[in-house]
Design a protein. Structure first.
Length: 125
């Protein structure tokens, strides 16, 4: 479980490397919303794993499979994003737009901690 969490955290960090503010196209907003949705699913999966009864091996195995599936989905989605925007990823304006949209989309995640939600809200103002 820790290895999965570390991997997913690393992937999220890579996404957040693209930081700042700016305006985004409708297509970028849609793509960013998809990334935020899968990130939210990842938070939910990790919360379920942490809250699970550690003595219930069947439940843990099921939750680990769900978390692994979300991890795969996130990896595929992020790779598609990188391929689609490979020429823009180094552009500062694009990075700022992406980061702003990602933060804004993540605010809607019901599994986001109050501290993270507050931080994202501050950064999107």
């Amino acid at each position: 479980m820790n290895r999965i969490f570390i991997y997913l955290t690393g992937l999220i960090v890579i996404i957040f490397i693209l930081t700042g503010c700016g305006e985004a196209s409708a297509e970028l907003k849609k793509d960013t919303k998809n990334i935020a949705d899968v990130m939210c699913k990842n938070i939910e999966a990790m919360n379920k794993l942490r809250a699970a009864n550690q003595n219930d091996s069947l439940q843990l195995a099921k939750l680990q499979m769900e978390a692994k599936q979300v991890q795969i989905e996130m990896t595929i989605l992020y790779q598609e994003f990188k391929d689609k925007y490979k020429k823009k990823i180094t552009d500062e304006k694009f990075k700022k737009s992406f980061a702003k949209e990602l933060r804004q989309a993540m605010i809607d995640c019901p599994y986001l901690s109050a501290k993270d939600r507050e931080q994202f809200e501050k950064e999107t103002e």
